[in-house]
Design a protein around this ligand. Structure first.
Ligand code: LLP
Length: 417
């Protein structure tokens, strides 16, 4: 992570000591860098500068209002998958005209709300959803702009849980059915066809699946044209991977440049992307405190105060995430190979397996690259209040952007019988 480094034996985020943040805000604690988030978003913007485009940040990756409002200020659009995400982006000041609505299970009330505020388009994931949107739009006297999310049936070569573009996945409309569904959409009085989209998976580290998916989508654009169905925008989804360990995903600029190049014969088509992880993952870290070390039967545990409730990626996807000690390792250290485990009563509550560390009780550890799908997937399992979130505004200043939950927050809305 490019804003983390050791200075005088201690880990710093720019000029801010990690230990100071832990003292001021407590642990476990999520930290994000605002300049890094803006930089990543602007990399998409810059690469698309010569095209009509909209970069729709995928809210699910990190939906804190401060993250969203930072992106609003940079001109972002948003990719949402629920009314909750819609209300969040509106609260953060987003222009509804820059919002695309993905997701396989849009409910009637979600569609009504999105139609009433006038979003840019629905990324429709099934034929039945299309009928529902048409019917609701008719009732409300509106015209719904739609794009069909096509499942291009390409292998994204990523973890099966985050691969979405294969025909066996629940996402999108089958490639074979696409033209037929577009033809039906064209006959619907309250539907306006504006786009086509795909999203083939997440944490993609190779260019080839993106190129294949784009070719397949553009082949459909051509077929649609011969059917007199004009496509105003092509949305190529999100999915660009980041470096957690030693992965070498394409840079944002190369990905966008290569894909834009494929659209050079379609100069009037607006290009959309829906990036999440590549904007926020390496902007964020999770600071956690070692509560105990335990050495038994040749097993060494660093038992920390953050668990799978705070950061589920290692448990759910066997994700490898870098763990750095706050105290810089010294040559005189006698490290152990630790499993870094959390407080949750599950054997899968392991943040990191087999890491050589020299740590003691009360030391701090930092889980890197935790800005995406970290807090947004956190839960209260085992009745742990969710952590605080802090934004680094520049190299010296920081600000709390979400208070640590209290015990009262844990039972808000519950009743004692
Ligand atoms: N668009 C759609 C329709 C999506 O479903 C997603 C992510 C994105 C865009 C953004 O993808 P990104 O650029 O972030 O890869 N929780 C998993 C990742 C799940 C991704 C779900 N969809 C993880 O922690 O690895």
């Amino acid at each position: 992570m490019d804003f983390l480094h050791y200075q005088n034996g201690h880990l710093m985020a720019e000029k801010i000591a990690i230990s100071e943040l832990a003292i001021q805000y407590g642990t476990p604690l999520y930290i994000y860098s605002a300049p890094y988030i803006t930089k990543q978003f602007m990399a998409y913007e810059q690469a698309l500068i010569h095209r009509k485009h909209l970069v729709c940040y995928a809210v699910k990756a990190n939906s804190n209002l401060s993250v969203l409002s930072l992106l609003v200020k940079s001109g972002a659009g948003f990719d949402i998958v629920s009314q909750g995400e819609l209300e969040r982006v509106l609260k953060a000041g987003a222009d509804p005209k820059k919002v695309v609505f993905s997701g396989v299970a849009k409910s009637t009330s979600e569609i009504e709300r999105a139609l009433s505020i006038g979003i840019k388009c629905f990324n429709v994931e099934s034929e039945s959803e299309l009928y529902r949107i048409d019917e609701i739009a008719r009732k409300l006297g509106k015209i719904a702009s739609i794009s069909l999310r096509i499942n291009p049936d390409v292998d994204a070569k990523t973890h099966p849980y985050i691969s979405t573009g294969l025909r066996e996945n629940k996402f999108g409309i089958s490639y074979q059915l696409a033209i037929d569904v577009y033809r039906k959409a064209k006959t619907m009085a309250n539907i306006k066809i504006v786009g086509i989209d795909c999203h083939i998976g997440s944490q993609l580290t190779e260019l080839a699946p993106f190129l294949d998916a784009t070719d397949r989508i553009l082949a459909l654009v051509d077929q649609l044209k011969s059917d007199n169905i004009d496509i105003e925008h092509v949305d190529l989804g999100g999915g660009l991977g980041v470096c957690y360990d030693n992965e070498q995903p394409p840079a944002i600029t190369s990905l966008v440049t290569e894909l834009t190049h494929k659209l050079q014969n379609y100069p009037d088509i607006e290009i959309l992307f829906e990036p999440g992880r590549s904007i926020v993952a390496n902007a964020g870290l999770l600071i956690t405190k070692v509560e105990y070390t335990k050495h038994q039967d040749n097993n060494h545990f660093a038992i920390v105060d953050a668990g799978m409730n705070d950061l589920i990626r290692p448990a759910l996807y066997q994700a490898w995430m870098q763990v750095l000690p706050e105290r810089e390792p010294q040559s005189s250290d006698k490290p152990y190979v630790y499993n870094v485990v959390g407080p949750i009563c599950e054997s899968s509550d392991v943040l990191a397996y087999q890491r050589e560390l020299s740590v003691n009780q009360d030391d701090l550890l930092v889980v890197c690259s935790a800005g995406a799908y970290g807090f947004s997937m956190a839960s209260n399992y085992n009745s742990h209040p969710r952590p605080a979130e802090v934004m680094l505004l520049d190299d010296k200043q920081h600000q709390i952007i979400r208070q640590r939950e209290t015990f009262d927050d844990l039972w808000r809305g519950e009743e004692v019988l």
